[in-house]
Design a protein around this ligand. Structure first.
Ligand SMILES: Cc1ncc(COP(=O)(O)O)c(C=O)c1O
Length: 381
């Protein structure tokens, strides 16, 4: 059956520019040129984005001479699903439970149909859920396992770190770098079996423009020009015009399959102080979750961090979706997955409006953290 994504419920243009952003901004002082996480990335292919990494994995693992049927969790963003639509997989959604874990018996049922060839496992928001058990179960099944660490960059890194941690037995693992680090683009891909993706870098002038963008030069020029009533300069990104055929895909572009990340994205990845970022994100999570105390508004989905959890954001379940608008109007860049595909999973259909993502990134100041907490605590039904 064709996948039908639901329409967005809100538009960023409805809200003021945020004072608390969802992701960190680039600051030269955050780089540590003396350190180099080389060992962490030796098996990694740097792609334009996470969806590109997913698409390359989908291409490498596609089975010839049979239908490719993939199980994908019903709670997702379209960028995770669209590469498989493009690659002509048959997509079947499996439900998630209210804590985003997976009922393994439901998965077992789905696989018992006998024609399932692949399964995606998502490590939502930097948390483990019961994914290790799910992967262990899948390992005994005749399916290819694609682990989505788009939100769990540190787990992805740990798979390859020199510290001797075990690579989980999956056929592919992907992550999305610009969800955690202040880069313009960036995905990363691990493939168990050898597959040489032919990726192209942008030209050096494009690279230079992107570097200028990341340090804010065109934005500054744009502001100056605006003073003289000229038009602002847009960020430079490598995009081809989508063909008519691509138009129904909102996020994935076929060029993502053959695009390497910017060279400086890899540089930022290798010279970021990952230890500091891990600790800061955990600390920020703990501060926010401990201090928001307004059950009329809702509750954090997870109250505690396991040792390996490094939050990308704080998933928080609202009592009423109206609070999403209140929070955005106050200038907190809260996100949510509004465009999940239609499925039988009642949790996913409900979470589309009620499960929000609170920022907890490494650059949040004490003032911003307190602002987040106070804003939540002051909301009234
Ligand atoms: C779970 C999940 N997988 C994959 C992706 C795709 O990552 P990217 O935005 O880097 O293409 C996203 C991002 O939206 C995501 O949330």
């Amino acid at each position: 059956m064709a996948v039908k994504f639901l329409k967005p419920l809100a538009d960023a243009s409805q809200f003021p520019a945020p004072s608390v952003t969802a992701t960190p901004k680039f600051r030269l002082r955050d780089l540590d040129l003396a350190q180099h996480t080389k060992g962490d990335v030796r098996e990694t292919t740097f792609t334009r984005n996470g969806r590109g990494a997913i698409g390359i994995a989908g291409t490498a693992l596609r089975k010839d001479n049979c239908k490719n049927v993939i199980l994908i969790p019903a709670y997702h963003c379209p960028a995770l699903v669209e590469p498989f639509i493009w690659l002509d997989y048959e997509i079947r959604f499996y439900p998630v439970r209210s804590d985003l874990s997976v009922d393994i018996s439901v998965l077992e049922d789905a696989i018992s149909s006998g024609d399932v060839t692949h399964c995606v496992v998502v490590r939502y928001f930097g948390f483990g859920q019961n994914n290790n058990d799910v992967i262990q179960f899948l390992h005994a099944q005749p399916v290819k396992i694609i682990e989505d660490c788009a939100h769990s960059m540190f787990r992805f890194v740990d798979h390859f770190a020199d510290s001797g941690k075990q690579i989980p037995d999956v056929d592919a693992s992907i992550c999305s770098i610009n969800k955690i680090l202040p880069t313009i683009d960036g995905g990363a891909l691990y493939l168990k079996s050898k597959y040489q993706a032919e990726l192209t870098h942008v030209g050096w002038s494009e690279e230079a423009k992107a570097c200028a963008f990341i340090v804010g030069i065109p934005q500054m020029v744009g502001k100056i020009k605006a003073l003289f009533k000229k038009t602002e300069i847009e960020p430079t990104q490598q995009h081809t015009d989508p063909t008519e055929e691509d138009m129904h895909l909102r996020y994935f572009q076929p060029i993502d399959l053959v695009s390497a990340s910017y060279r400086h994205t890899k540089m930022i990845f290798c010279h970021s102080n990952l230890k500091y970022i891990r600790n800061k994100r955990r600390e920020n999570f703990e501060f926010i979750v401990k201090n928001i105390n307004n059950p009329d508004v809702g509750n954090a989905l997870f109250k505690q961090l396991e040792t390996e959890d490094i939050p990308y954001v704080i998933p928080f379940l609202l009592e009423d979706e109206k609070f999403f608008f209140d929070l955005r109007k106050k200038g907190i860049q809260i996100l949510r997955w509004e465009e999940v595909a239609v499925s039988d999973c009642s949790v996913s259909q409900d979470y589309r409006s009620r499960l929000i993502q609170i920022p907890c990134h490494q650059q949040l100041s004490t003032r911003q953290l307190t602002f987040i907490v106070d804003t939540f605590n002051q909301l009234r039904p």
